[in-house]
Design a protein around this ligand. Structure first.
Ligand code: ZN
Length: 149
């Protein structure tokens, strides 16, 4: 396990699309362990592999109920709208109110390649959307509808 450096500049890599994971090997497990450690140390509730410079469709989310591993995640349905303050570990000190779905259903593999289904609302729904956006090179700033809550 290791803490990796989070990209905290407006690096063009953050706007690139990540590639699907095909091998569920020790390297993937190491990446997930490192993402979990790095997210926990930074006190974030989500972190995508691209934020540590790895262009693979891998992210972790922890909204206080334990870590969820998102490998090749996809939003399978989205309902309603929520408008809440949002930030990003890659842009410390930068916040804005985003428009996100109120409820999402997501499917994702874990480190073993097993598919899991998640239903989330509130902060967890936002975290899923935020991290999946990262895998498509989309930053939260493009979802900001206003600067003040
Ligand atoms: Zn982010």
């Amino acid at each position: 396990m290791a803490i990796r450096n989070i990209i905290q500049t407006d690096d063009p890599v953050l706007r690139r699309r990540s590639r699907p994971v095909e091998k569920f090997d020790d390297r993937l497990a190491q990446l997930l362990d490192d993402l979990i450690d790095t997210m926990t140390k930074a006190e974030g509730c989500g972190l995508a592999a691209v934020q540590v410079g790895v262009l693979r469709r891998v992210a972790v989310v922890d909204c206080g109920e334990g870590v969820i591993e998102l490998v090749n995640p996809e939003i399978i349905s989205a309902d309603g709208v929520q408008e809440e303050q949002e930030g990003c570990l890659s842009f410390p000190g930068e916040y804005g109110v985003t428009s996100r779905p109120a409820i999402v259903k997501v499917k994702a593999q874990n480190r073993a390649g097993i598919w899991h289904f998640y239903k989330a609302d509130g902060l967890k729904a936002r975290a899923f959307c935020h991290e999946i956006d990262h895998l498509d090179g989309v930053l939260f700033q493009s979802r900001v509808i206003r600067k003040e809550p």
